[in-house]
Design a protein around this ligand. Structure first.
Ligand SMILES: [Zn+2]
Length: 123
């Protein structure tokens, strides 16, 4: 096993992961509250069709963002799960250590770059 010396250790990446998960949950809460406000505003009769239209598209935009955040939270949660069972940072295909620099950017990565590229080619 080779250690990648890029100034990071697994514990730092784990902290980052927990932090990002918390942040994502907070963003979801904010988005949900804003969407609720927008929906309420959309229900109030403004008598202005253009306004109502933009409120509806704002709401749709919020729904897209919320969905993306939920997906992100799900990936982060499963990464936290892998952190608990000790498989975090290990490639699911070749069992090599995933470089910490990669985990720093994508803490939910389950495969090393080589295996990820291999999987993408198969798609
Ligand atoms: Zn691999």
């Amino acid at each position: 096993m080779t250690t990648v010396d890029d100034g990071l250790d697994l514990e730092q990446v784990a902290d980052l992961l927990r932090h990002r998960y918390q942040q994502t949950l907070e963003q979801i809460a904010t988005q949900t509250a804003e969407t609720r406000d927008l929906r309420q505003a959309a229900h109030q009769d403004t008598g202005d069709m253009a306004d109502a239209g933009s409120l509806i598209s704002d709401t749709a935009q919020h729904d897209i963002v919320t969905a993306a955040l939920s997906e992100q939270a799900g990936r982060l949660a499963s990464a936290l799960q892998r952190l608990q069972d000790g498989s975090f940072g290990t490639c699911g295909r070749c069992a090599q250590q995933i470089p910490l620099a990669r985990l720093e950017i994508m803490p939910w990565a389950t495969h090393c770059v080589t295996c990820q590229q291999h999987a993408e080619k198969l798609r």
